[in-house]
Design a binder for this molecule. Structure first.
Ligand code: ADP
Ligand code: MG
Length: 768
């Protein structure tokens, strides 16, 4: 897999963008539950009051609060609150503030004068204590009456001692019907400052244990009451908060959506381009293979590897881009956020992850082997389908339809069974995952319900925690998918790499020579003691072959089936490399020229004519794309193909179906000859190309060849004596060895094998 990643290099920039967008998407998704918990915690439960710092205060209320403030703290508050009075404020200020705080018409107010976050934080802790004290006293007055409060208040400084006589004297003078805060302020004036300090410290100590969120929860009702008293529209205040946070939430959601779209877009683009490039590289690599290498992997498997396997890797790459990048970020981020929301429930995260991992690992170990097997089965099916379709005529002719269907069925059933097994595992894993998810939600509800009841947790935090939990679990599930998909792609990647790792045995030499320009026809071809055996074969297919041929000459090769005729001519375009001896063109070993140069010299007509789907013209131009219509018709004429082409309704534009199945074998052969002729090479090789032709056409074709391509060298493999009779040189092969070489006449006299062949085909009189 990693080896293939080099094909991603051109798309580095795209991948970087995918990473960036994935990061933003993860951040956005991780923030959504947080904002929602804000809306619930502050917007719904606290009328939109987010902290203990009121936007404004009545002066009277301010004075109550200041009773519980140290001088230092009072200074901070004075610096950040502005006193607005009907008489002293400028008209502009007054008009501005009276709109929100209608109470300003009757009494002076303090207005918060800063938006600095740090200052607000400082003010928050100062104010929350003061507000807690004031609202605490208010509550006590409700319960115990003023006297009761005074009682406990006087003891607060030092509980062990009874109130000092001095204190008792002051308390005696107090009007019991007066406002409690007036009394407190009087008391404080009379109290020694160290006692007041002590009292404040006690309050501080008591509040240290209370978490910040609960402090603001406790102060919210006081601030709400104060806001109402100021004449604010609390409905609108709350609505504004919710709309603002909700709008922000919507914005982030839209942002996340845009990131998702962009990621999808970029990852599809990148993965597809990756697939295209790997496919292209693979295909051109396969093109460099010699025939021996094709045999190694097999055509069907090469097709699967070039298509299905590349697609597998490409799909997984897309999945990685789409999910694999965000999933770990979401998992880690989700855990951090969840812990921040509810530290006391952290243990639940650990438990859920352990359960999830246990399930995932169990199922992955079961499923992965099946996924790995998948490619092998697909290979098999491709092999059978390919063979079946190519051989459909034979299958029909021998009535083997049923047998072949069974063969296909078996492979198909294997694939089916494997796929069903995989899906079965998936079918089980899904409900289990759902069970874990729902179980988690339930546990969160259960454990946080108690905490909410105790007042140590807020509802919004619980909901956010649940959502983070879901995000964590989804991320883990995506990672699981990856763990299942990646091994399958890994198999595909390995299969692709296997192809890449096959180094073609036939390579151009490092210091290649160029052939002299021989287009005018003065080429020599020489075999010197050539020995060749097929890879893995015990006996050489060809032994000690030596002959020499020049431009303008015809060399014929004759011999029984399997004697090595095709093998011999396949060596000339270097389809295989020989073991010893040498093959030389113009005195240069063919190993020392590029394969391209070499094959340029040769017009090869293989034993089995192969045409490609396309028009006749396209097929004929295969070896020379820029061939003119003239050249094409001339070649067709020599190849005796003109007659039947003309008979076709569309002439040269007749479409030839894949494999050339819509024309006869002889016609195919003639087109294949014409295709070689269009190239006008120096050496023509006809491997049994005339055997599919009737005698008359065979003779006409050879006559035309002699006439039209006088300057070229012809190498003709044939079974028919009549085809080779007038060749300049006839090579007789038997069992891979040359048993005779010479003209027809010479061979008749001194080569018994040749004579035997001749006698089997011609009568005595014909020979004479
Ligand atoms: P001919 O063309 O004379 O009929 P071939 O040259 O095709 O004979 O085959 C010569 C011998 O080489 C035969 O015994 C054949 O079995 C063997 N042979 C041909 N092609 C291959 C191959 N690709 N791999 C191994 N052996 C082969
Ligand atoms: Mg042959």
């Amino acid at each position: 897999m990693l080896k293939l990643l080099k094909y991603l290099k051109p798309f580095t920039l795209m991948v970087v963008f995918i990473l960036i967008f994935a990061f933003f998407q993860a951040m956005a998704d991780l923030n959504l539950p947080n904002i929602m918990s804000d809306i619930i915690n502050y917007g719904i439960q606290k009328n939109g009051i987010v902290n203990s710092v009121p936007d404004a205060l009545r002066k009277t209320e301010y004075e109550k609060l200041s009773l519980f403030l140290t001088d230092d703290n009072k200074k901070i508050i004075d610096a950040n609150y502005l006193l607005v009075d009907k008489d002293s404020a400028s008209k502009e200020d007054y008009d501005k503030y009276v709109k929100t705080y209608s109470v300003l018409e009757n009494e002076p107010i303090y207005v918060l004068n800063t938006a600095d976050k740090d200052i607000i934080n400082t003010l928050d802790s100062i104010m929350s204590k003061a507000i807690m004290s004031v609202s605490g006293i208010n509550k006590m007055v409700e319960e115990k009456g003023v006297q009761g409060v005074l009682q406990s208040f006087s003891q607060q400084g030092d509980q062990s001692q009874a109130p000092s006589p001095q204190m008792q004297a002051i308390m005696g003078q107090i009007d019991p019907n007066a406002d409690i805060f007036t009394i407190i302020s009087q008391l404080m004036k009379a109290m020694p400052s160290d006692q007041i300090e002590k009292m404040r410290d006690t309050i501080d100590d008591q509040m240290k244990g209370v978490p910040e969120s609960l402090l603001s929860q406790a102060t919210a009702p006081y601030i709400t009451e104060e806001y109402k008293a100021l004449g604010m529209d609390m409905n609108k205040y709350q609505q504004d908060y919710i709309l603002k946070r909700g709008g922000f939430m919507l914005l982030i959601a839209v942002g996340s959506m845009c990131c998702t779209i962009l990621i999808s877009f970029l990852s599809s683009q990148t993965a597809m381009a990756f697939g295209r490039d790997v496919g292209r590289a693979l295909f051109s690599h396969v093109e460099t293979f010699s025939l021996g290498e094709f045999d190694k992997i097999g055509t069907a498997s090469l097709i699967t590897r070039n298509t299905n396997d590349v697609t597998q890797v490409q799909n997984v790459l897309m999945m990685i881009f789409r999910m694999m990048i965000t999933a770990p970020m979401m998992a880690v981020g989700g855990i951090i956020m969840a812990v921040a929301k509810a530290r006391s429930l952290s243990w639940l995260i650990i438990v859920v992850i352990i359960v999830l991992l246990a399930v995932i690992i169990t199922f992955a170990t079961i499923a992965i082997p099946y996924f790995k097997k998948m490619q092998g089965f697909i290979d098999k099916i491709n092999l059978i389908v390919r063979e079946k379709l190519i051989g459909i005529r034979v299958i029909r002719a021998f009535n083997r339809d049923e047998y072949e269907s069974d063969r296909f069925d078996k492979a198909n059933t294997d694939l089916f069974k494997n796929a069903v097994r995989i899906n079965r595992i998936m079918a089980i894993i899904m409900p289990i995952m759902m069970l874990i998810m729902n179980g988690t939600s339930l546990s969160i509800l259960w454990f946080s319900a108690h905490k909410i009841n105790d007042g140590t947790m807020q509802i919004g935090d619980m909901i956010a925690f649940t959502q983070y939990m879901m995000q964590i679990m989804m991320s883990f599930m995506m990672l699981t998918m990856m763990f299942i998909m990646v091994p399958r792609a890994q198999v595909s990647a390995t299969r692709i790499n296997e192809v890449f790792n096959i180094k073609p045995e036939i390579k151009d030499a490092d210091n290649v020579m160029t052939l002299p320009d021989t287009k005018n026809g003065n080429v020599t071809l020489e075999f010197k003691d050539v020995v060749f055996s097929y890879p893995g074969a015990e006996n050489p297919a060809l032994k000690n072959i030596s002959f020499k041929s020049k431009s303008g000459e015809t060399t014929a090769i004759i011999g029984s089936t399997g004697s090595g005729k095709s093998t011999l001519v396949n060596l000339i375009p270097r389809f295989y490399d020989i073991q010893s001896g040498s093959i030389e063109i113009d005195g240069i070993n063919i190993k020392n020229i590029t394969q391209e140069d070499l094959r340029c010299e040769i017009g090869f007509v293989p034993q089995k004519a192969t045409l490609f789907s396309g028009t006749i013209t396209e097929n004929l131009q295969y070896g020379k794309q820029d061939a003119t219509i003239d050249e094409v018709s001339k070649a067709s004429e020599i190849a005796q193909a003109m007659d039947f082409i003309k008979e076709k309704e569309e002439g040269f534009d007749t479409f030839i179906s894949q494999g050339g199945t819509n024309i006869s074998g002889g016609q195919k052969q003639r087109l294949s000859i014409a295709r070689a002729l269009v190239r006008r090479p120096d050496i023509y090789i006809f491997d049994d190309s005339f055997s599919a032709l009737d005698f008359k056409t065979d003779a006409k074709l050879r006559a035309a060849l002699k006439d039209q391509v006088k300057d070229a060298m012809l190498i003709i493999v044939a079974q028919r004596v009549s085809t080779v009779m007038d060749a300049d040189r006839i090579i007789v092969l038997e069992g891979g060895e040359m048993v005779g070489m010479g003209t027809h006449k010479e061979l008749l006299e001194n080569c018994p094998t040749y004579k035997e062949i001749v006698l089997s085909q011609l009568s005595e009189e014909e020979i004479a």
